[in-house]
Design a protein. Structure first.
Length: 296
C-alpha cells in the first residue's frame, strides 16, 4: 500500500508542537525507538523476550486450569479490554486465549450498531453475548464505547453520554449479583508510543489492516479522549466493578500483569501462586489515581 492516506498533522506531544506525517516511511526523530518511558512510564526497556515467554507459559498453564474449573463449577467470566487505539488490547486477548478451548472461550468485537440495534436498549446487543455456564467471554471494546469513542467523535448526544455514566454502575451491579466474574481493564498507552505503533502499522503490510480511518481522525483528539477516560473512571469505578488500569507501553509486561490479576482473583482448583508470580505495582493498579502522575 503506497498511496497517501492522511495529511500531516500538527500535534502537541509532551508540551511541544510536533508535525506527524504517518505516510513518511521514516519515523520522526522525536519519536524515540525506545518510547517505553514516554508519559512517565516506569520501565526504560522492554521485558526480555525469553523471560516473557517463560513467564507467559506458566500463566497460560494456570488459565487452562481455570477453564477446567469453569467446566466443573459452571463459573462464568467476562473480561472487558478497553483503551486507546494501539494500546495492546488484541495482543493481550491473544495471550489469554492462545491455549483455551474455543468452544468455551469467546472473543466479542462488535461492529458499529445496525439501525435496529440503535433503537434498542443500549446494553441489549452486548447482553446477548454474555457467557453461559462454564464460558469465558472477552470483549475487545465493549459498552464503554459510549464513554469514549462515541462522545469524542460525536456519535452520541451529551444526554446519552451522561445517562450511560449514570446507568452503567447499576447495570454492572446486576452482572455481579448474577454471580458472573467481571473484570474491567483499561490499557493505558503513552502518546509517543501510540504514534510509534501507528507509524509501524502504516508501513508494515502485515499490520496495515489494524490502522483504521477512525484512528487517523482521532490523532488530534488526544486531550478529548483523556478527559472522557478520566470521567469514565470517575463515574464507573465502583466497589463491585472496579477498573484495573494497566500501563501498556511495554506490551509484554502489560499482558503478564493482566493475566496475573485475573488468576489471583479466582479461586480455582490446582491454583499455584508460585507459578502466577507477583503483580508489578508500577504496571498495574486501580482507578484514576493510578494514572494521576503518569499522563501527558
Amino acid at each position: 500500500m503506497t498511496e497517501t492516506i492522511s495529511k500531516p498533522v500538527r500535534l502537541n506531544v509532551g508540551g511541544k508542537p510536533r508535525t506527524f506525517d504517518i505516510d513518511d516511511p521514516e519515523r520522526p526523530n522525536w519519536i524515540q525507538e525506545n518510547s517505553l518511558s514516554s508519559g512517565g512510564y516506569p520501565h526504560e526497556r522492554k521485558l526480555d523476550w525469553d523471560d516473557y515467554e517463560d513467564q507467559l507459559e506458566e500463566l497460560q498453564k494456570e488459565l487452562v486450569k481455570v477453564q477446567y474449573w469453569q467446566q466443573e463449577s459452571g463459573a462464568r467470566i467476562i473480561m472487558l479490554l478497553e483503551g486507546r487505539d494501539a494500546a495492546g488490547k488484541g495482543g493481550t486477548i491473544k495471550a489469554i486465549t492462545q491455549y483455551m478451548n474455543p468452544r468455551h472461550t469467546r472473543v466479542v468485537a462488535l461492529p458499529k450498531p445496525t439501525d435496529r440495534e440503535r433503537h434498542q436498549w443500549y446494553f441489549q446487543r452486548y447482553v446477548s453475548h454474555f457467557p453461559t455456564g462454564g464460558e469465558m467471554v472477552l470483549f475487545d471494546r465493549s459498552w464503554y464505547n459510549r464513554a469514549g469513542v462515541e462522545p469524542v467523535m460525536g456519535f452520541c448526544t451529551k444526554q446519552q453520554h451522561a445517562s450511560f455514566l449514570e446507568e452503567t454502575p447499576r447495570f454492572e451491579n446486576m452482572i455481579v449479583d448474577e454471580g458472573i466474574h467481571l473484570f474491567k481493564f483499561w490499557l493505558n498507552v503513552g502518546r509517543e508510543m501510540q504514534l510509534k505503533r501507528f507509524h509501524d502499522r502504516r508501513h508494515n503490510p502485515l499490520k496495515i489492516w489494524k490502522l483504521s480511518p477512525m484512528d487517523l481522525k482521532a490523532l488530534g483528539k488526544w486531550r478529548d479522549y483523556t478527559n472522557a477516560r478520566n470521567l469514565m473512571l470517575q463515574k464507573t469505578h465502583t466497589e463491585h466493578a472496579p477498573w484495573t488500569v494497566v500501563r501498556s507501553n511495554d506490551k509484554r509486561r502489560a499482558r503478564l500483569n493482566t493475566i496475573r490479576h485475573v488468576l489471583k482473583a479466582l479461586d480455582y482448583d490446582g491454583k499455584k501462586e508460585k507459578n502466577i508470580g507477583k503483580i508489578d505495582p508500577l504496571v498495574l493498579g486501580h482507578g484514576r489515581e493510578f494514572l494521576a502522575d503518569h499522563e501527558e
